[in-house]
Design a protein around this ligand. Structure first.
Ligand code: FAD
Ligand code: DHB
Length: 391
């Protein structure tokens, strides 16, 4: 079989790329190892920056987000047991929207179905070949057990951090930059209304906690936990007790408790692979870079990558113009490092580093205080948080 672009992975990057290519008349096939149900139910990102929201609206997929997404014009940094609001809209003219990543996945998958655009779920043994040539190919086993060979003009590796694409490059091509923080996040989804109208990022001597939400009925919460800690050490009662302690305020804030629907652990690390392309393989999203989740940037970076990639592939395959493809990596990496810097700074400012001395802890507190008390500092922080506009 022939197709212009073979896309590995049906996360936000792969699905969005496929749809953007379709809008430009370039045909693609998305290959996903999990089922449609799995992709649509997986609890991941919750915060969409304005550029992502604008793009969804511009391509005609913003209707449900408009209706069900929760626009937020600010959030709280909670420390010293008090709230310090960062008024995002007042400072930047922009907002963020709380709308689950899996809702974006559902919207994109439905749009594919309506237009008969191919997504193959439950494929296995995906392998990439001849990436150095102008006719790379992807082999895989489809859901019914048939071995398939897909000849392409380009391959997009949108298969996340643990995918096959990045590892298909010859050794020596990629330079990898990594950093790991000495703690992790425990994330829970609770069937209870949010206890506050906005997100709360809390810095506490026992560690970081985050109050977020998914809908008027669903609260999303995160707790900093020790590296190597395990889910079985966190029965529901302990989760609530620790959240209540860390989110406590001088005026007696209490979280509304409720049944936990999901509980998972996320490690906190940074990763960048450079360059983001080689021959006819283009990496996008988590396949090329991971930022720590404190700054809600990962999904938004994935969307920024594929917006650029769709343009580059259209120019390459339809206009015989290789220039945007040649500069794809360089232009994405500028945004990636900017987000990396912001997310690392926000992570360090809010978490309790078990290896840090008291001096470093005082510095983190000073930075928090500066961020909320200097208007230029708050404006700069808010601008990074809502997301830089797409170029
Ligand atoms: P993924 O979503 O990982 O998708 C990759 C897809 O490829 C998956 O469907 C996978 O099944 C598939 N795949 C993998 N290997 C193969 C293979 N061999 N063959 C076929 N298919 C394969 N980002 C934000 O912007 N805002 C937030 O609020 C936010 N919060 C987060 C909270 C948490 C707890 C976590 C963990 C992340 C958060 N992120 C957030 C980051 C965001 O979820 C990711 O950056 C985003 O999912 C990246 O999208 P992607 O399409 O690149 O990769
Ligand atoms: C959520 C995740 C984040 O990483 C963040 O910074 C804010 C909110 C969330 O899942 O709701």
């Amino acid at each position: 079989r022939d197709v212009e672009v073979g896309i590995v992975g049906a996360g936000p990057a792969g699905l969005m790329l496929s749809y953007l290519l379709h809008l430009q008349g370039v045909e693609a096939v998305v290959l996903e190892k999990h089922s449609r149900h799995h992709v649509e139910q997986r609890v991941r990102a919750g915060v969409c920056g304005q550029p992502t929201v604008d793009l969804l609206r511009d391509i005609g997929l913003g209707a449900r987000l408009e209706l069900e997404g929760l626009p937020h014009h600010g959030f709280s940094l909670r420390f010293d047991r008090r709230d310090h609001r960062v008024p995002l809209t007042e400072l930047t003219g922009k907002r963020i929207t709380v709308y689950g990543q899996q809702e974006i996945a559902k919207d994109l998958i439905r749009a594919h179905a309506e237009k008969n655009l191919p997504i193959e779920f439950e494929v296995s043994d995906v392998a990439l070949h001849d990436l150095d040539t102008e006719r790379p190919c992807v082999t895989y086993v489809d859901a019914t057990g048939n071995a398939v060979r897909l000849r392409c003009a380009a391959v997009a590796g949108c298969d996340g951090f643990d995918g096959v694409s990045r590892h298909s490059l010859p050794s020596g091509v990629l330079t990898v930059y990594e950093h790991e923080f000495p703690y992790a996040w425990l994330g829970v989804l609770a069937h209870t209304p949010p206890s506050h109208g906005e997100l709360i990022y809390a810095a506490h001597e026992r560690g970081f906690a985050l109050h977020s939400m998914r809908s008027p009925e669903l609260t999303r919460l995160y707790l900093q936990i020790d590296l190597g800690d395990r889910l079985e050490h966190w029965p529901d009662e302990r989760v609530w007790e620790e959240l209540q302690r860390r989110l406590d305020t001088v005026d007696g804030f209490r979280l509304r408790e409720g049944p936990l629907l999901d509980k998972s652990i996320t490690s906190m690390f940074c990763f960048v692979a450079e360059p983001m392309c080689h021959g006819r393989l283009f990496l996008a999203g988590d396949a090329a870079h991971i930022v720590p989740p404190t700054g809600p940037k990962g999904m938004n970076l994935a969307v920024a990558d594929v917006r650029r990639l769709a343009y580059a592939l259209h120019r390459l395959l339809r206009r015989c113009d290789p220039e945007p493809a040649r500069t794809y990596s360089e232009s994405c990496l500028r945004r990636v490092w900017c987000a990396q810097q912001f997310s690392c700074q926000m992570t360090a400012m809010l978490h309790r580093d078990p290896d840090a001395d008291d001096f470093a802890r005082r510095l983190a507190l000073a930075q928090l205080r500066h961020t909320v008390s200097s208007r230029p500092a708050a404006a700069s922080f808010a601008e990074d948080y809502v997301g830089l506009p797409f170029e």
